[in-house]
Design a binder for this molecule. Structure first.
Ligand code: C5P
Length: 419
């Protein structure tokens, strides 16, 4: 039976969340301004709470202008907080938060939290938060010696044991002039970490292998045969699977995209190399998503030196041979056939999407085939997908590739949970 369901892409992540952004004292406060803007741009509302020490580094005026809300700095502030007039900002502000993100979290502030001390509004609010409902996320920032000090490392471990989510730190040049670990993560990284935090861990404990991008089949040392593919969809799927808690290996053809956070990337060039990398990775995997635009042909005899025009105007006599179909090969393996490895294929079509995608699903022997109209999506940030399974089809209407990737991952997680 083929049933067409047009489902909206489900919303997870930062969009629509209310974040209390806490700033404790540290030079990384300058990054909190950018972070605040990025959170709002991503669709969150932000209430800033600052310690007096943070106000030495950045003004409340700046944070108010960026967040569009007045700033709270004192436990004695008697203004209405979160619409409540009881002079208990530490209670009211935390009760309406989806998460409290302290960025920067200084060494001193973390030491205070560890002991449950509460002598200014931010630490008081962290202590007073309903621990089960309001997650506390800390983005440490300090000098490298302070970071590696046993006291700080002890505090970080204990805070994590007490239920806080302590993010990592960056390495590099520090404001104090020293070089090492302890920099606060960049606003972009913090945004992604928070976004990931809000995604349900539907693939926790699962291993996922994704192929992405084109392959490049050399004809000679400077020329080759390739496909139009930016790799954006495959990279978004790898990131979404990682955010859903999976251990992800991304096997990428030649693309200029940054590696998704927390994903193991293997760069390959040719279809032959991609096949080798996939065969190494899939024996341990639960899911294989073949999103790469693999070249169908490769040069039968690639020249070792650059081919020259011979002056006659005649083109070179090129011979090609078919590449191995990576997806079909994996789909025929015992693990795929037994259901231990769930295989997902893609079809980039120019027309008759449903019929072509159904035919390709049968031809490749996969449980899920994802169709899209190639020329509508090549290189773009948006796409629309048609999910074709044995039970029918599901259309994911046009949306950013990241949103579609999360929806696809949710579909895969659901499919493997019922296997
Ligand atoms: O046959 P076609 O190339 O249209 O199939 C597309 C699907 O097959 C994609 O999932 C692609 O990643 C995969 N494929 C592959 N190896 C090939 C050719 C395609 O894995 N040599």
């Amino acid at each position: 039976m083929t049933e067409k369901i047009s489902s909206p892409v489900s919303k997870h992540g930062i969009e629509g969340r209310h974040i209390v952004l806490g700033l404790s004292g540290g030079i990384a406060c300058y990054k909190a301004a950018e972070l605040c803007r990025a959170l709002i741009k991503a669709g969150a509302t932000v209430q800033v709470v600052m310690t007096p020490a943070a106000a030495q580094f950045i003004t409340p005026v700046t944070m108010q202008a960026l967040s569009g809300r007045t700033i709270f700095m004192s436990q004695w502030d008697d203004r209405t907080a979160a619409g409540v007039d009881n002079n208990m900002a530490h209670i009211n502000l935390s009760r309406e938060a989806d998460a409290i993100l302290v960025a920067p979290a200084s060494a001193d502030f973390m030491a205070k939290l560890l002991h449950g001390r509460a002598d200014e509004l931010l630490s008081l609010m962290c202590l007073a938060r309903p621990i089960e409902q309001v997650p506390l996320i800390l983005a440490p920032a300090m000098n490298r010696e302070m970071w590696i000090h046993p006291a700080t490392q002890r505090n970080v471990a204990q805070l994590a044991a007490d239920g806080a989510h302590v993010l990592g730190v960056g390495a590099g040049f520090q404001a104090c002039g020293e070089v090492g670990d302890g920099r606060m993560l960049e606003p972009e990284e913090l945004l992604r970490a928070l976004d990931s935090f809000f995604h349900p861990k539907l693939l926790a404990g699962r291993r996922v292998v994704v192929t992405a991008g084109p392959t490049f089949e050399a004809i000679d040392p400077v020329r080759g045969l390739t496909n139009r593919s930016s790799g954006k969809m495959g990279f978004a799927i790898a990131q979404a699977a990682q955010m859903a808690g999976a251990e992800v290996t991304l096997i990428a053809g030649p693309v200029g995209l940054p590696t998704p956070d927390g994903v193991t990337r293997v760069d390959v060039e040719s279809a032959h190399d991609m096949l080798g990398a996939v065969q190494l990775a899939v024996p341990q995997a639960d899911v294989f998503v073949a999103c790469a635009a693999v070249a169908d042909w490769t040069a039968a005899h690639p020249a070792t030196q650059k081919m020259k025009k011979d002056g006659t105007g005649a083109p070179p006599a090129l011979a090609f041979k078919e590449t191995v179909d990576i997806l079909a090969t994996v789909a025929q393996s015992d693990r795929a056939q037994s259901g231990a490895l769930y295989c997902v294929g893609f079809a980039a079509e120019s027309h008759d999407l449903l019929a072509n995608a159904q035919a390709k699903r049968a031809k490749k022997g996969v449980p899920l085939l994802v169709g899209n109209i190639g020329p509508d999506t090549f290189g773009r940030d948006h796409n629309a997908l048609l999910l074709v399974t044995a039970d029918g089809t599901q259309a994911l209407p046009e949306a950013p590739k990241q949103a579609l990737a999360h929806a696809l991952v949710a579909h895969i997680a659901n499919a493997i949970s019922v296997l």
